[in-house]
Design a protein around this ligand. Structure first.
Ligand SMILES: [Zn+2]
Length: 321
């Protein structure tokens, strides 16, 4: 590697019963934090950018930041994944930038329309050797443009969906939710449903909306002038059970945002004289590195980078021309 497809990485994960975090990135510090954590724990990595991240970074910046990550980490398999692609156009844009994996999320459409669009994306993406993740069922919560009421994945429909579309990974709705204000109480996930879908569907399963909303980070944010209401995330223990039952990719975004915000708030409050961005972005990056490393250990990704065949950087760069 370093560039790997989602199919390769999740195929390994599924076989060995661990999961790989899908960590969202928008800037240099987040990419560095994830890569540092991956180096520390010797983990395969999925860097993922949403449509919003592509817009925020003006496309070309995210491309070169990822290239930098590839160049700096030639010993690690790295998947560059589009999170929640909403159309064939967005998918084409991502593949044009060199992404090795895309998600098409048409889960808010009818089953027939979801199949129709997903199939088109699969046909296009597979032509470039790019993997496709799609979603069936709908998660609750709000994250950027993703809104909706909960509808758990129907296991019978899942078989049909995978058959008809030819996707490489299936995002399932099992009671998790996007964003930082997911639940008032600790959620109960539909773990039996994971088991049932995994039994019937022969591709890796993905859970979205899986931030844990750590209490210490929320408290730190509020202690230093922030205002995050009481909310619960998905406990690590539930995620670990879901992994045991067949989940191979776990998406995390809010927790990274919280680690960064909690750290920056603390620096600002304790050292109001500081104004050099390195003095707050540096510590923020360090906190995010710790957080991501702990997830890599909890998801049992740690130590698995060595399972992959490493290809030359030149090969990798061909994709990024
Ligand atoms: Zn998501």
């Amino acid at each position: 590697m370093p560039i790997a497809t989602l199919k390769q990485v999740l195929g390994e994960a599924k076989k060995k019963k661990y999961a790989v975090g899908g960590f969202n990135v928008n800037n240099m510090e987040q990419i560095q934090a994830i890569m540092l954590a991956a180096q520390k724990t010797k983990s395969p990595v999925i860097l993922q950018a949403s449509k919003g991240a592509l817009a925020y970074t003006n496309l070309v910046y995210i491309k070169h930041l990822v290239l930098a990550a590839l160049e700096e980490n030639s010993n690690l398999p790295i998947v560059m994944h589009l999170d929640h692609g909403d159309s064939l156009e967005t998918v084409k844009k991502a593949i044009g930038l060199g992404f090795s994996s895309v998600m098409i999320d048409a889960s808010n459409k009818s089953f027939r329309k979801n199949v129709e669009l997903t199939k088109k994306v699969v046909k296009y993406a597979h032509g470039f050797g790019v993997s496709v993740e799609a979603e069936l069922g709908t998660l609750g919560g709000i994250e950027e443009h993703v809104k909706g009421a909960v509808k758990l994945t129907d296991p019978k429909q899942a078989i049909d969906f995978v058959d008809k579309t030819g996707i490489d990974a299936l995002a399932v709705a099992i009671g998790t939710s996007h964003g930082a204000y997911k639940f008032k109480k600790t959620p109960k996930l539909a773990l039996e449903l994971v088991k049932e879908i995994a039994k019937n569907v022969n591709i890796p399963l993905v859970m979205h909306g899986s931030s844990s909303i750590p209490l210490n980070l929320r408290q730190q944010i509020n202690r230093y002038g922030g205002k995050m209401p009481n909310a619960k995330g998905v406990p690590i223990s539930s995620i670990q059970k879901a992994i045991k039952y067949g989940i191979s990719k776990v998406n995390v975004d809010s927790d990274s945002r919280m680690a960064i915000t909690a750290t920056i708030r603390k620096v600002f409050k304790k050292h109001p004289e500081k104004f050099d961005p390195r003095e707050y972005l540096g510590p923020a990056r360090e906190e995010m590195t710790k957080l991501i490393a702990s997830k890599m250990r909890a998801f049992k990704t740690a130590g698995h980078a060595k399972d992959y065949r490493v290809v030359s950087l030149k090969e990798t760069k061909k994709r990024y021309r």
